[in-house]
Design a protein around this ligand. Structure first.
Ligand SMILES: C[S@@+](CC[C@H](N)C(=O)[O-])C[C@H]1O[C@@H](n2cnc3c(N)ncnc32)[C@H](O)[C@@H]1O
Length: 265
């Protein structure tokens, strides 16, 4: 497997999938590619490149392999419990409005979980204005997120009463998020490596389980990019297994270090 063939394959990925390979660790790309090559029985980058160029299905499968879209409702229950019991009630009480960004929202379970919690908290307070911005680099998952239709098993962390209040059964065993939650969320395409936030004046940014293949410098750049997008004392929520880099930790103060919730300094 020659370096030149690998370079050609990377150029195809950039052109066909619109994914910028230079933004990712080379090892990560190679591991993902080798896994797809094993599955498709291609031993050389060159042969896999030929397949990728001609096969739309493989393009989709490689995109998913590179961007890993795994997510679920109430992923890391303790984090959402803290938002529900402490942080959101405080923001609602003190401000009466809330702007949140779910960055790297995948198929939408994270922003819908936020919408569901906030809707329950504000049901008797119609004046509270809430907007949840939900973005991802992958247009396919964004489409699924906008549709808001899920298998019953994705809802396993929700109570029967939450499901009844916030979902309609579609007839084929699936569950569609009701409009009162959909209306709280603005889904859009955004690349976290673009250097610009999707929006500003945010009370909270959640960017969880997105940066596994980012280099340390890219992770630091993300924390630097989020900082001015947050209002004073705004919250930055990271994934449970993610870490704040030394070079940027002075920008944020731990609110709950165990749950990876920080506030802007
Ligand atoms: C594992 S999912 C995380 C979903 C959700 N935040 C959670 O914690 O359950 C990671 C998502 O990050 C998205 N992603 C990866 N790189 C990105 C980038 N550069 N900009 C925006 N989204 C990105 C992927 O497309 C994927 O949908």
């Amino acid at each position: 497997m020659t370096d030149a063939d690998f370079e050609t394959l990377k150029r195809s990925i950039e052109k066909i999938l619109g994914i910028q390979c230079r933004c990712y660790k080379e090892d990560y790309i190679k591991r993902r590619l080798l896994s797809r090559m094993r599955i498709t029985g291609k031993e050389r980058y060159k042969d896999y490149n030929t397949l990728l160029i001609s096969d739309k299905n493989e393009q989709e499968l490689l995109r998913n392999a590179l961007t890993i879209n795994v997510t679920k409702f109430y992923r890391d229950k303790e984090v959402f419990d803290l938002l529900r019991t402490e942080i959101f009630p405080d923001i609602i009480r003190s401000k009466g409005r809330m702007r949140i960004w779910s960055a790297g929202c995948a198929t939408g379970e994270e922003p819908y979980t936020l919408a569901l919690i906030i809707n329950d908290l504000t049901r008797l307070k119609p004046d509270v204005q809430v907007t949840i911005f939900a973005t991802d680099i992958d247009r396919e998952v964004l489409k699924k997120a906008k549709d808001g239709i899920y298998e019953k098993r994705s809802l396993e962390n929700l109570s029967e009463s939450q499901i009844r209040r916030h979902f309609n059964e579609t007839g084929d065993g699936k569950f569609e998020v009701k409009n009162h939650l959909k209306e709280m969320i603005r889904f859009s395409h955004h690349d976290l490596m673009s250097g610009k936030p999707a929006t500003n004046y945010l009370d909270m940014i959640l960017c969880r389980n997105v940066t596994i293949y980012f280099t340390e410098e890219q992770k630091n750049d993300l924390a630097r990019m989020f900082h001015p997008a947050l209002i004073s004392k705004g919250f930055y929520v990271m994934g449970k297994t993610e870490f704040m880099g030394r070079e940027v930790e002075q920008l944020y103060e731990p609110y709950n270090a165990l749950q990876k919730i920080y506030t802007k300094n």
